[in-house]
Design a protein around this ligand. Sequence first.
Ligand SMILES: [Zn+2]
Length: 329
Amino acid sequence: MAGFSSIIGHEQIKKHLQNAISMDKISHAYIFHGPDQSGKMALAKSFAMALQCQQHGTEGCMECLSCRQVLSGAHPDVIYLQHEKPNTISVEDIRKQVNGTVGMKPYASHYKIYIIDEAEKMNQQAQNALLKTIEEPPAYAVIMLLTNNAGTFLPTIISRCITLDLKVVPDGKIRTFLMEKYQIPDYKADICTAFAQGNVGKAIQLAESEDFNEIKNASLQLLKRIKEIELYELMEAVKQISEYKLEINDYFDIMMIWYRDVIFYKATSDVNRLIFKDEVYNIKKQASKSSYEGIENIIKALEKAKRRLNANVNFDLTMELLLLTIKEN
Ligand SMILES: [Zn+2]
């Protein structure tokens, strides 16, 4: 993480925040609202760095003491709220770390900045406590609430904050970014991008993940030979999949993308827009062997199996049924 210029997408939000700095119209409270890993923390930190920078630009210089402290997470006037209980931010957390310290002027900078990540975890009492500070903040205080669900906030909180909604980032941007920054080949960038669905953090995680490659290879290997394997081998296949139980949603997504590629190729004969470009041979083969109806049945079965597993239906049974459906269609 290093400043606004290193963040992919979110152009409007960056512009809004940088305009606020240049016009000296900083609000006392912001809500950064968007899915997990969509870039909320990167935006909040970049904003904090720019606000505290000793060069007073609209972007942190990344060289002054203040910027270096923000980058290393050790700036005395950029405070990250900690909470002891993993699923709750309690009223004590807010009282102790925000209300109890906000009256003390910043040590070394213009602003005293509070970053509250996973702010949806504040219970009602915590929100009411925070409201006290947001209603009458000292001139130097800036509070940033980061959340994947602003619907949990009291209307009184929302009305006093500037809400910044993070939009998904266009695929083309993510793809180019992954190829340039992580030096991965185009077909891999395509796969990670298709998976991430506009979420840059997720795309980066996939690009860097060895596990993801392993799951992808295991999943594709099975799909390529599933028509040929004998019924009695299915249980063995289920056992192999159960090694990836924790990442089963990724496993499903890979299968889903595979069959979408098959159906797309069958309909268009266009290889350029396939996600699994390095598997063209096998995709062609599968497309010639399967009917549209068959592939659609498989895609439906995949969706159904995914729902079942998320509802805690028996793993082996669900997977066995799924593999049977795939084999027969
Ligand atoms: Zn600086």
